[in-house]
Design a binder for this molecule. Sequence first.
Ligand code: 5GP
Length: 189
Amino acid sequence: MQGEKYLFVVSGPSGTGKDTVVSQLLKKHPEVHKTVSATTRAMREGETNGVSYYFLTKDQFRSELEAGGIVEHTCYCENYYGTLRSEVERYMMEQTPVILVIEVEGAGNIKRLYPDSTTIFVLPPDMKELEHRLRCRGTESEEVIEKRLRRAETEIALSADYDEHVVNDVVDTCADQIYSIIQDRLVRD
Ligand code: 5GP
């Protein structure tokens, strides 16, 4: 499909800091955008509906799915997350680089749907640091932290399929690396 090369998928285990890295990149390079996904998980403190996510009930999510408004979705730690068709198609049509911050299953589905997109995996410096970051965030219960750590191991094992890999040691450096990947891709056909 026309405009696929403008799609950049960023994944990484929960707590790896990928959202902070992407926020930093968007701040420095306002020509790059980020899609807003739909989710059924509860809103966290500091999040805004329509900015962080579109927060939907499970029924609303299912209706959107049946109507074909969601191009890929997954169930992650008992909640649904999905990429809205309207979001990706808008940026592809506008030929504007856009980042989708989604987990590995979704990334694989996006790559199959849009083979000219670029998948980028953000790795933590190591697993100890990942656990530390997840606990310091203080937004999840112990049970959820344990689930997310187990899921992190699975995700890292699947990261070999990604086009690019970056390590989030220093946020600014990692954001610059992702921006270079975007620039390199945009000059290629
Ligand atoms: P969180 O609850 O921490 O915001 O997100 C949990 C996981 O869901 C993260 O890995 C995040 O990247 C992923 N995610 C967010 N939106 C989507 C989406 O639209 N599709 C998929 N497949 N994963 C998503």
